[in-house]
Design a binder for this molecule. Structure first.
Ligand code: ATP
Ligand code: MG
Length: 495
């Protein structure tokens, strides 16, 4: 479909931009993809801005001389026209290449055809269907290999649609056919937002939901590294004595608990009393978390399987320390096993990634180290990350800069925009501006996954929510009723 004719504006057309005047009946929109036939091939561009002009209204003096409306004297509406500024994305032949020569004034601009866009964006028939290309009737089907060539980051302000988009990604990963290649997925779910997958009959057979209260780190095979990590204030003497106690227990017992370690420290005659006291207090603090058991739950060896999703629902855990320990332990153990090829290739989705890998962190952030390690080394082993965050400025820069594809939804905070601009090469100032004006559920994908930014209206998710967010009034009413019932029960009991 023809949209208009290229005009010459002194500076343009050049290899980056050109302007065209839209024909009266054409429905141009900002963001629409266009094509122009050139000697180099088919140029693909994107309408970056739309300007309305009218020669009658260009000079303020002319307007001011008319007492009455100028429209009564002249056919002003006939002189209005629409000028579109196009950003040249590249030239499509077998592949997409750079534009090295400008288009000519007078050439016809057409709406980009579906097939050409598929080719230009490298969408795959068996790709992950995330929604529709904004402004076009074309499904955005991202190639799995390209989307996860390295790590992915999903960033937006709170309520921008990160978790919704992640659910869509999960559905696509769960629906993949064997022949298309499936990945193992584990998701760190601090708000219990993904639990609905375990109750939806279409997905549940491939979903393993692990509730926070059931999660245990097994002490029987726990390497000494973790004692040092989880007790960062342990002195050299405490560490040495603790290691000896644990070695002793390993020789004597098939399994042991934190209580057994505490007892063994208490009765030991080889530990100085002052060291013993601090060590006991340290171990007691670990015991109070209720996280350590004889064996791991879930079993790390079964945590990831191809085409399946394991959800670590840690929403009922209040201790930040405990949540980080869980993330630290299970991600590290998964990574170690992946290096030895003992578990399937996996993608670890980390919600609220700024909490688990903060830019500034005390020694006591247990999970940052392993997230950074996977970010740096994971790709070689297909141990991949998807970092999801509403505060990119607080997210560890090393980890963020290792992501080579970004899905941005609406972000308005200037600090966050500056930070992501520094971490993501493909994010131009113009794109940053566009990110601030995205609607909820609209996303732009930038990076290795596609040669150009993909603007996508994320499709509706299929998984049924088990609990929709209640509004304030309903929640207060329910709370009041349940408090009332409790008081009634208490009165009945007293009678
Ligand atoms: N693609 C979409 N289509 C329809 N509705 C959407 C879409 N994306 C988001 N929404 C709506 O916006 C709401 C907020 O989305 P979501 O919970 O994913 O935000 P978020 O970025 O994860 O927020 P938070 O930072 O608070 O976790 C959803 O409950 C849903 O109603
Ligand atoms: Mg969310």
């Amino acid at each position: 479909m023809e949209l208009g004719t290229i005009v010459s504006t002194g500076e343009t057309p050049n290899t980056q931009n050109f302007y065209f005047v839209a024909s009266k009946e054409s429905k141009v929109k900002k963001g629409l993809f266009v094509q122009v036939k050139t000697s180099e091939g088919l140029l693909i561009g994107r309408i970056e801005e739309i300007i309305k002009t009218n020669r009658y209204f260009m000079q303020p003096e002319t307007i001011s001389t008319y007492e009455e409306s100028i429209n009564l004297h002249f056919p002003t509406d006939k002189w209005e026209f629409i000028l579109c500024k196009v950003f040249c994305l590249g030239v499509l032949n077998e592949n997409i290449g750079k534009t090295t020569f400008p288009v000519s004034p007078g050439q016809v601009v057409e709406i980009a055809e579906k097939e050409n866009l598929k080719k230009a964006f490298k969408f795959a028939e068996n790709g992950l269907n995330l929604g529709n290309l904004i402004g076009h009737d074309l499904e955005v089907k991202m190639n799995l290999n390209k989307l996860f060539q390295k790590h992915l980051a999903i960033l937006a302000l709170s309520g921008g649609g990160k978790s919704y988009t992640t659910s869509v990604l999960m559905e696509e990963l769960l629906k993949r056919k064997d022949e298309d290649g499936k990945a193992g997925v584990v998701i760190i779910d601090p708000h219990g937002e993904y639990t609905s997958f375990a109750y939806d009959e279409r997905f549940q057979k491939n979903v393993n939901l692990i509730k926070g209260k059931d999660i245990r780190i097994g002490l029987t095979h726990l390497p000494p590294y973790y004692y040092k990590l989880f007790l960062p204030n342990m002195s050299f003497a405490q560490e040495r004595d603790l290691n000896k106690i644990i070695e002793g227990l390993k020789k004597q017992e098939d399994v042991f608990s934190i209580k057994d370690i505490l007892n063994a420290v208490e009765v030991s005659e080889n530990i100085k009393q002052s060291t013993k006291d601090v060590l006991l207090s340290n171990l007691d603090s670990l015991k109070s978390l209720g996280l350590f058991g004889y064996y791991d739950t879930p079993n790390v060896n079964n945590l990831v399987s191809l085409g399946k999703i394991s959800i670590l629902d840690i929403s009922n855990i209040t201790s930040e320390k405990k949540k980080q320990m869980i993330v630290s332990y299970f991600l590290r153990e998964l990574f170690n096993r992946r290096v030895k090829r003992k578990v399937a290739p996996f993608i670890a989705f980390v919600e609220e990634a700024h909490d688990f890998a903060p830019e500034r962190s005390s020694k006591e952030n247990f999970s940052k180290g392993i997230i950074k390690k996977i970010a740096r080394e994971g790709r070689k082993f297909n141990a991949l990350l998807c970092l999801i965050s509403q505060r990119p400025v607080h997210l560890c820069t090393t980890s963020l800069s290792q992501c080579n594809t970004f899905m941005f939804l609406r972000i308005t905070n200037p600090y966050d925009l500056k930070h992501i601009g520094e971490s993501s090469e493909g994010l131009t100032t113009e794109l940053q501006r566009q990110i601030t004006s995205l609607d909820v559920g609209e996303s732009v994908i930038v990076g290795e996954a596609s040669p150009f930014p993909v603007f996508v209206k994320v499709r509706e998710k299929e998984v049924k929510d088990i609990e929709t967010n209640k509004n304030l009034e309903d929640e207060c009413r329910e709370f009041d009723e349940s408090e009332g019932n409790k008081r009634k029960d208490a009165k009945d009991l007293m009678r």
